[in-house]
Design a protein around this ligand. Structure first.
Ligand SMILES: C[S@@+](CC[C@H](N)C(=O)[O-])C[C@H]1O[C@@H](n2cnc3c(N)ncnc32)[C@H](O)[C@@H]1O
Length: 652
C-alpha cells in the first residue's frame, strides 16, 4: 500500500483514501430532470410553454430567468441529493447564495414516519422503504466513517454550487458537530469559518437526559462557513422589556434628565470617537475616572426597553415540539421555522437563491418563501415530498413551484450501470433486464413470444421498458398474444403508464375474457440491498374513479367517487379494522383541468391537515374559456404519500 503524505491537519477515516494514497473521487452523475408537477403556475405561462410543443415528459431545460418575472419557478426535487446535486451543477454551479442542511443524525427517526388516516386522524407509523433504509445504511451503516464519507462527497458538490459570495450552514448536534467542523475546514478552508451558532432548544432537560450524571444536552450547533468574500450579513436584534425595578437590578441607570441608559466598556473606540461621543452626551465617567459608553434605553408602556444584537447563542427559539400546532407537520425531525427565518434573513437578501438538500418537511423552503427568497429543496423520501408540497400550499400567495425528479433518466442510468456494463450487445442487455425483473417477480422467462416475457403460475407476464411508459398498444399486443397461446391471465409490470390507460384497458381485457393485472415495478428493484434481502414487492396500480358533471355553460365539476388503495396490508390489522371508507386512504387530491401531456399543472386542490381532517370529495366548479375537448387529470395522494394520476377525457 502506498504511503499517504500527511502535510496538514485533517480528519481521516477508513476508506477516505484509495490504496494508492490518492483521495477518493466524488461520484458525479449528470442526468436530466423531469418536471412532474407545477403548482400555482399561471395559465399565461403555461400557454406560452404550450407553443414550444413539449412531449409526454417535460424535461427541465433550465432556460427560465433568475426572477419570477422572467419565469423562475422554485424547485422541489425528489431523489438522492448526490445524483440531484451532480445533475444541478450544469445549470446552477456558482449560482446558489445560501445552503442550509440538516443531515440525518443517527437517531433512527430519519425515515420512518407517522401518518394519519381519514377524519379520525388515527395514526400509524410507516416503516422506511428499502430505498430510505439504504440511505440510512449508507449514512450510518459503518458508523461515523460512513457519515463522514457521505457528507464529504456532498460538501464538495455544495461548494461548487455555491456562489462566490455564498454561505453554507450545517445543522449538527453533539454527536457530529466537532467532526463536521473539521470537514468544513477541509472543504472550505479554515479561514472560511464564520460562526458556530449554539441553538439552545430548551432550558430544562427531559426524560433520561434529566437524570444523567452530566449537564443536560440541550443545544444544537449551526456551523456557518463562507465560500468567498463579499457575503451578505444582516444582523438581528432582540428586544427585552424590564419593569423599573428589574431595570435597576440589571444595573441600568438614569441621567439627570431621567433618561435610562446602560453602559459598556470603550472597547476599541479611538480618542477621536470618544471625543465625538462626549459631544453627543454619550460618555459616562466612572467613580474611578474610567470611561464607558452610554447606550440610551427608551421607555415604552412603563417598561425600559433594551435592544440587543443577537450573538452566536440563540436562546429565544423553542424546539419544534413547542411550536404552535398549526406549524407542526408531524415530521419527526422538523426544525422550527423561526430558526430558519433567522438564518435566511441573516445570510441572504431578497430574491437570493436558497437551497436545502436534506429538506425533510420543508422548513427552509417555507421560511425562504415567506421571506421572498427563491428556493430549491431536495429530499429522498416520498413522504418528505408530500409533507413539503402540502406545507407550501398552505402558505398564502405561495409563488409558483415545480416538483422534479430524475425519473426515467435515473432508471436508464441504473440499467446502464447494472446491465450494459456486463454486456456489449444491446439485445443481451435487454434480455438481462427482463430476466432480472422476472426473477424479482417470481416468474420464469418465456421464449419465442414477442410481448410475453415470462410466466408466473397460471399467468403470463409482460415487462415494460425501463425508459418509456407502457402503452395501450403494447398491452393490446400482449392481450392478443395471451389469447393466441390460449392463456387467460396476464400481468403487466411497468414503471410508468400511458395516460388514459386505466380503467379502459382492464375493461377491454375483461371483454376479451382475459384477467388483466397492472403492477408497478417498485423503485426498490434498483437497490442491491433490497433485492438481496428479498424486500421487493410489486403492488397493483392504485385506481381512481370520478364523476364529472356539467355545472353550466363551459363549466365542469369533479367528484371523487372511488379510490382503490393497494397497500392496505402495510397497515397494522388493528388500525385497518377501523377504516370504514375508501376516502380514509386519501390525503390529498388535485385536478389539472386541461392536461397537455406534459406536466401535471395543479388547478384545484383539497387536502387534509393535521388540524383539519375533513376532505371535500367535490371540487369547485371550473369554467373553461372555450368549448373544446379537454383532458381532466386527477391526482390522488394516499396516506403513504404515493401519487396516482388518471386522465379523463371530457367535452366542454
Ligand atoms: C434531519 S431531516 C431534515 C429535517 C428538516 N430540517 C425539517 O425541518 O423538516 C434529514 C432529511 O434528510 C433526508 N435525506 C437523508 N439522506 C438523503 C439523501 N441522500 N438525499 C436526499 N435526502 C436525504 C431524509 O429523508 C430526511 O428528510
Amino acid at each position: 500500500m502506498a504511503k499517504i503524505e500527511v502535510n496538514k491537519v485533517e480528519l481521516v477515516w477508513p476508506g477516505k483514501y484509495n490504496d494508492d494514497g490518492t483521495l477518493k473521487e466524488v461520484p458525479r452523475v449528470r442526468l436530466p430532470f423531469q418536471v412532474i408537477e407545477t403548482v400555482n403556475e399561471s395559465r399565461g405561462s403555461r400557454e406560452a410553454k404550450k407553443t414550444k410543443g413539449v412531449g409526454l415528459f417535460d424535461v427541465y431545460d433550465g432556460k427560465e430567468g433568475d426572477t419570477f418575472e422572467d419565469g423562475w419557478k422554485n424547485k422541489l426535487i425528489w431523489g438522492d441529493n448526490l445524483l440531484v446535486m451532480g445533475s444541478l451543477l450544469e445549470k446552477f454551479a456558482g449560482k446558489i447564495d445560501l445552503i442550509y442542511i440538516d443531515p440525518p443524525f443517527a437517531t433512527g427517526a430519519d425515515f420512518s414516519f407517522t401518518t394519519e388516516i381519514g377524519e379520525s386522524g388515527e395514526e400509524i407509523t410507516k416503516a422506511p422503504s428499502a430505498i430510505e433504509e439504504k440511505a440510512y445504511h449508507d449514512t450510518w451503516g459503518a458508523g461515523i466513517e460512513s457519515f463522514l464519507a457521505m457528507l464529504r462527497d456532498r460538501l464538495v458538490l455544495m461548494r461548487e454550487l455555491l456562489s462566490q459570495t455564498g454561505i453554507i450552514v450545517i445543522h449538527c448536534d453533539w454527536r457530529m458537530a466537532h467532526r463536521v467542523r473539521m470537514l468544513l475546514d477541509e472543504c472550505f478552508g479554515i479561514d472560511a469559518f464564520l460562526n458556530s451558532v449554539v441553538w439552545v432548544y430548551g432550558e430544562s432537560a427531559r426524560g433520561a437526559k434529566a437524570v444523567a450524571s452530566q449537564f443536560p444536552r440541550n443545544h444544537d450547533d449551526l456551523l456557518c462557513y463562507r465560500s468567498g468574500d463579499g457575503w451578505t450579513f444582516n444582523g438581528d436584534f432582540v428586544t427585552r422589556a424590564f419593569s423599573i425595578e428589574e431595570a435597576r437590578q440589571r444595573g441600568f441607570r438614569q441621567d439627570g434628565e431621567g433618561r435610562w441608559f446602560k453602559t459598556a466598556p470603550r472597547g476599541d473606540y479611538t480618542d477621536e470617537s470618544i471625543a465625538r461621543l462626549e459631544a453627543e452626551g454619550r460618555i459616562h465617567k466612572t467613580r474611578t475616572g474610567g470611561i464607558r459608553i452610554k447606550y440610551f434605553l427608551p421607555v415604552e408602556g412603563g417598561k425600559v426597553v433594551e435592544r440587543v444584537p443577537v450573538g452566536d447563542s440563540w436562546v429565544d427559539i423553542a424546539d419544534a415540539m413547542h411550536m404552535p400546532e398549526a406549524e407542526q407537520t408531524g415530521y419527526a425531525t422538523q426544525k422550527p421555522e423561526p430558526l430558519l427565518t433567522r438564518v435566511i434573513r441573516a445570510f441572504s437578501d431578497e430574491d437570493a437563491l436558497v437551497a436545502d438538500f436534506f429538506c425533510g418537511s420543508g422548513t427552509t423552503l417555507a421560511a425562504a418563501e415567506k421571506l421572498d427568497r427563491r428556493w430549491i429543496g431536495c429530499d429522498l423520501g416520498r413522504w418528505a415530498m408530500h409533507v413539503t408540497r402540502k406545507r407550501m400550499l398552505g402558505i398564502e400567495d405561495c409563488k409558483p413551484f415545480e416538483v422534479l425528479n430524475l425519473g426515467k433518466y435515473e432508471r436508464t442510468y441504473w440499467a446502464g450501470v447494472t446491465f450494459a456494463a456486463r454486456k456489449s450487445d444491446e439485445e443481451l442487455t435487454i434480455y438481462e433486464y427482463l430476466a432480472f425483473i422476472l426473477k424479482l417477480y417470481g416468474a420464469q422467462p418465456l421464449s419465442g413470444t414477442q410481448h410475453l416475457h415470462g410466466k408466473k403460475g397460471k399467468a403470463v407476464v409482460h415487462v415494460g421498458a425501463v425508459d418509456t411508459p407502457v402503452t395501450i398498444d403494447e398491452v393490446n399486443g400482449a392481450i392478443e398474444e395471451c389469447l393466441a397461446v390460449k392463456q387467460k391471465e396476464l400481468h403487466i409490470l411497468g414503471w410508468e403508464w400511458e395516460m388514459g390507460m386505466t380503467p379502459y384497458i382492464v375493461d377491454e381485457a375483461r371483454r376479451r375474457d382475459v384477467k388483466l393485472l397492472l403492477l408497478a415495478i417498485p423503485h426498490e428493484v434498483m437497490e442491491e440491498q433490497a433485492v438481496e434481502k428479498g424486500d421487493v414487492r410489486f403492488f397493483e396500480l392504485a385506481h381512481v374513479e370520478v364523476s364529472i358533471k356539467k355545472a353550466g355553460e363551459r363549466k365542469l365539476q369533479v367528484k371523487l367517487t372511488d379510490f382503490a388503495f393497494p397497500y392496505a396490508d402495510l397497515i397494522p390489522e388493528d388500525v385497518r379494522d377501523k377504516i370504514t371508507k375508501w376516502s380514509d386512504y386519501v390525503d390529498y387530491w388535485a385536478i389539472d383541468w386541461d392536461f397537455q401531456n406534459d406536466t401535471f399543472m395543479q388547478g384545484w386542490v383539497a387536502y387534509r391537515t393535521r388540524k383539519d381532517r375533513a376532505l371535500s370529495l367535490e371540487s369547485d366548479v371550473h369554467e373553461y374559456e372555450r368549448h373544446a375537448p379537454a383532458n381532466v387529470m386527477v391526482k390522488v395522494v394516499d396516506i403513504f404519500g404515493n401519487d396516482t394520476t388518471q386522465v379523463f377525457p371530457v367535452e366542454v
